[in-house]
Design a binder for this molecule. Structure first.
Ligand code: NAP
Length: 285
């Protein structure tokens, strides 16, 4: 049994299925298409957009990039989003965040059509996760964690799972999705008392706190599965997770690295979501 759970392998597995699905859609005359909406030209956004375009091209998904002025005001931005919602040739889209300061994300996210909401940003999309519905568009990072666990044969039903982090992007939806899988879930956060004691009861321990290498071996039950969602930079500017990998490695039964763990799977889920929204719009699933 593999000790180190590698995201690349899981990502490859998902992408192969996405490629088969997109080829089938193309054979039926439909070009699965993702739109990217970027306001301004931040270097980080451009780099991310490039990586998305590359990932899409490898699985037969077309990308339409829309670059808006960084100082675009609310009304034209909203009109643009509404146009994309109506455009039948676009099956899903991503709105790059953070939005420029004159745009209110709390308002904008409600306008993203749940039919095209491949990042699960609209609270309506999230509510479906919280209601435990099946056949939904899933939040990418949370789904990446579950795919990792399933791919490597980890049973979820009845397991004691501790999630550290309660953000709407990762911790909360992930906890609800694990609950749907019949795990027994404990959610921890910055006000949790005796975190190490709570965490060390977990069969599966998931860190999504955004604190570089804070999770040490005293947080881990011997043999536990440790999943690191964190993507941080340490004091030397080096990429690292929330887990102190070297400290935890011996005591953990299984562990994900950073980089090369959950982060490697997230984009694959985004691609899979796009295929899913395309099929739903075409009433193929
Ligand atoms: P976030 O919005 O900052 O939320 C962090 C959560 O962790 C909060 O609920 C916070 O508690 C909790 N927390 C912070 N410090 C803690 C501590 N010392 N002990 C216990 N709980 C603590 O972050 P996020 O967006 O959820 O992201 C979390 C991490 O995942 C980041 O490193 C981010 O870069 C990474 N991430 C990775 C991916 C991926 O694809 N792998 C995708 C998204 C995010 P309170 O609620 O009490 O403040």
């Amino acid at each position: 049994m593999e000790k180190v759970l590698k995201g690349k392998e899981v990502s490859q597995f998902i992408r192969e299925k996405v490629l088969r699905d997109s080829s089938k859609l193309r054979a039926d005359g439909v070009i699965p298409t993702l739109a990217v909406v970027r306001a301004g030209n931040s270097a980080d956004d451009i780099a991310y957009e490039k990586s998305i375009i590359k990932a899409c091209s490898e699985v037969g998904i077309e990308v339409k990039s829309h670059v808006l002025e960084e100082n675009i005001s609310h009304d034209p931005y909203v009109s643009f989003i509404k146009e994309i919602n109506e455009n039948k040739n676009i099956h899903g889209y991503m709105v790059f965040r953070p939005l420029p300061k004159q745009l209110d994300e709390k308002v904008i996210k409600h306008l993203i059509s749940p039919r095209k909401d491949i990042e699960c940003m609209n609270p309506l999309s999230l509510s479906r996760i919280f209601e435990g519905e099946t056949d939904v568009i899933v939040p990418c990072t949370a789904a990446a964690v579950i795919e990792m666990l399933k791919y490597y044969g980890e049973k979820l039903e009845g397991r004691n799972i501790v999630v550290i982090g309660r953000s709407l992007v990762v911790g909360r939806p992930l906890s609800m999705m694990l609950l749907k899988e019949d795990a027994t879930v404990t959610i921890c956060h910055s006000k949790t008392h005796n975190l190490a004691e709570v965490a060390s009861k977990a069969d599966i321990l998931i860190a999504a706190a955004g604190k570089a290498r804070f999770l040490k071996k005293e947080y881990v039950k011997p043999g536990a599965v440790v999943i690191d969602v964190g993507i941080n930079t340490d004091e030397n500017g080096k990429l690292c997770g929330d887990v102190d990998y070297d400290d935890v490695f011996e005591i953990a039964g299984r562990i994900t690295p950073v980089p090369g763990g959950v982060g490697a799977v997230t984009t694959a889920i985004l691609l899979r979501n796009l295929i899913k929204t395309a099929k739903k719009q075409l009433k193929l699933s």
